[in-house]
Design a protein around this ligand. Sequence first.
Ligand code: SF4
Ligand code: MG
Length: 319
Amino acid sequence: REPILDVRHLKKYFPVAAGVVHAVDDVTFTIEKGKTLGVVGESGCGKSTLGRTILHLQESTAGQIFFEGQDITHVNRKELSQLRRKMQIIFQDPFSSLNPRMSLYQSIAEPLRIMTDAGEEEIKQRVYETMKIVGLAERYVNTYPHELDGGRRQRIGIARALIINPSFIVCDEPVSALDVSIQAQILNLMRDIQDERQLTYIFVTHDLSVVKYISDDIMVMYLGQTVEKAASNELFEYRLHPYTKALLSAVPLPDIDHEKKHIELKGEITSPINPKPGCRFAPRCPYAADVCFRTTPAHEEVRPNHFVSCHRVRELNGL
Ligand code: SF4
Ligand code: MG
């Protein structure tokens, strides 16, 4: 099957006073239509930047992005506005992404007003239709964000993304700011909507229970690079990269567990500014050998459709 999204050797670098931040550093993957790619890693690993770069919320430094068969690496303003109708984002914190002076109706209607020439009647009809889809009762139509709880505010965020009928959505930690009791409701809603509309998601999160629940495939990122990538079941069953093992060992597996986890890794994630050659996990890796500090490991397929970037992956896993 044709992938809906095909990202090749994508890089996003930011110049800062101390050097160059390698926020996304040579990331390659594809997603099939209707699937969810979970992108997981600690804060600062580049997962949000990856999502934002694909959406052209910031421009890539190098690499290529193909969407629905078209090269969208570089787009002009007209192409970008067409792309916006197909590619949307749901943000982590609906409170800061919603305009506090807009009513629920105005908020949900806004993308239609900006991106289409729909008339008032059509807007009204589609706002009510979308409210129903995301489970917002009509009685909230004239309320403002401060009058609503986090779950309802995130439903507005989802409605704003959905109302223009996109085919692809980057979900950037969409449940991380919500009460644990609300998280499952929102995740289920997002899954139902995906099934109905054949939507494709990139689901960015640091929460492994969430990523396990929502993803078809999972990509683990560390300091701007992919360390491991596989189907969700495969990854949880055969975690092969030392970093993935450390991350996943912190998760009690049965279903969705809402406890905050501690990742027991020694040392902090090192700086993404002017990274040194070699494996970026080496300073924290219990298995680091000399070669790990000298040479960047290749991203290799070590089991069918299971990719790992580690010099010692075969030896350490008896492959
Ligand atoms: Fe650890 Fe070396 Fe593998 Fe990096 S390449 S994860 S340092 S063993
Ligand atoms: Mg983030």
